[in-house]
Design a protein around this ligand. Structure first.
Ligand code: DHB
Length: 309
């Protein structure tokens, strides 16, 4: 069985959508709710509704995707209404993502969540790479420490952070040292590999309009980076801080690798965009087949147990 315990809830499987994919509208969220995903998460909210960047702003390619969406979303109240009015509220299946464009915006939204009847998990996104002029908070260690210091002065509900990928061992050490000072529920590794460039060779032109074609890469391209980040944080963080693995999960084998590195929940972005919600049935059954062939009865038997040589 793929049954997974996470923050006091038991989920049928560890699979979720990655925030941003298939979760902008109530209709899309309801489709996730009806899918076989163990849990699901809302599109990152800002205090007010946003149109996002000009189109084309998402482009799928054989090995992944590039996007520069620019945080289009219906605004905080829309998602708060959704989670508070959802029929099965209290089951812990829906997570709430916030991505303020300033410290003040993030604090304002988290105060609203704290004061609301919402009892679920909140994901604070420190890693949106696509808003022109706004750096990714997760790459500024002082700002990361400051925002968490201010948040945990009042925020008492379960909170995780979505991190950008890191590429240097000293950065892993430094950011993990900061995160370990706070009562975080989890870290989610990774957001897209930011500000990359995909080119149409025939047209000799970029494929997304915003930022002269620069955008975040997801999919198969990023799996090794994602696995390294999951592993690096799993071995450095206090064991109370769980890890969500996101990045390059296309098959059950990719899911198995993320779990071996130490992930508890798993999020699917690019492949969900390509396949729709049936991706959860396929990846779950492929993961179950791998476990059966290896003789594992539960994910707990192998989670985090990646071997060194
Ligand atoms: C967007 C992209 C991200 O990677 C993210 O974390 C939040 C928002 C976006 O462009 O909409």
């Amino acid at each position: 069985s793929l049954s997974t315990q996470f923050l006091g809830h038991t989920y049928a499987n560890p699979l979720m959508n990655a925030s941003g994919v298939h979760c902008m509208s109530v209709e899309e969220l309801q489709e996730l709710d009806r899918s076989s995903a163990g849990a699901f998460i809302t599109k990152s909210a800002t205090p007010a509704e946003r149109e996002g960047n000009p189109e084309p702003r998402y482009y799928p390619v054989a090995l992944g995707s590039i996007n520069s969406m620019g945080l289009p979303n219906r605004g905080f109240d829309y998602y708060l209404d959704y989670v508070l009015n959802r029929e099965s509220k209290g089951d812990g299946r829906v997570f709430f993502s916030v991505a303020g464009m300033s410290l003040a915006d993030n604090l304002a939204m988290l105060h609203r969540l704290q004061d609301s009847d919402y009892t679920g998990v909140t994901e604070l996104n420190l890693s949106c790479p696509n808003v022109p002029g706004k750096p990714q908070v997760g790459y500024d260690f002082e700002q990361t420490q400051q925002i968490l210091t201010e948040v945990f002065q009042f925020y008492k509900k379960p909170l995780g952070v979505k991190l950008p990928p890191y590429f240097d061992m000293v950065h892993f050490d430094t950011i993990a040292g900061i995160l370990n000072r706070f009562p975080l529920a989890y870290v989610n590794c990774i957001n897209s590999v930011g500000n990359a460039l995909y080119i149409d060779t025939d047209l000799e032109q970029v494929v997304v309009k915003p930022k002269n074609g620069f955008g975040g890469i997801g999919g198969q391209y990023v799996k090794p980076t994602a696995l390294a980040n999951v592993r690096a944080f799993y071995v450095r963080l206090n064991p109370e801080i769980k890890v969500i693995g996101t990045g390059g999960i296309t098959t059950g084998r990719d899911a198995f690798e993320h779990l071996l590195c130490g992930a508890t929940m798993l999020q699917i972005g690019t492949q969900l965009c390509k396949d729709g919600t049936p991706v959860f049935d396929r990846v779950a059954s492929e993961l179950q087949q791998i476990m059966d062939s290896k003789g594992y009865k539960s994910i707990d038997e192998f989670r985090g147990k990646l071997q060194s040589i």
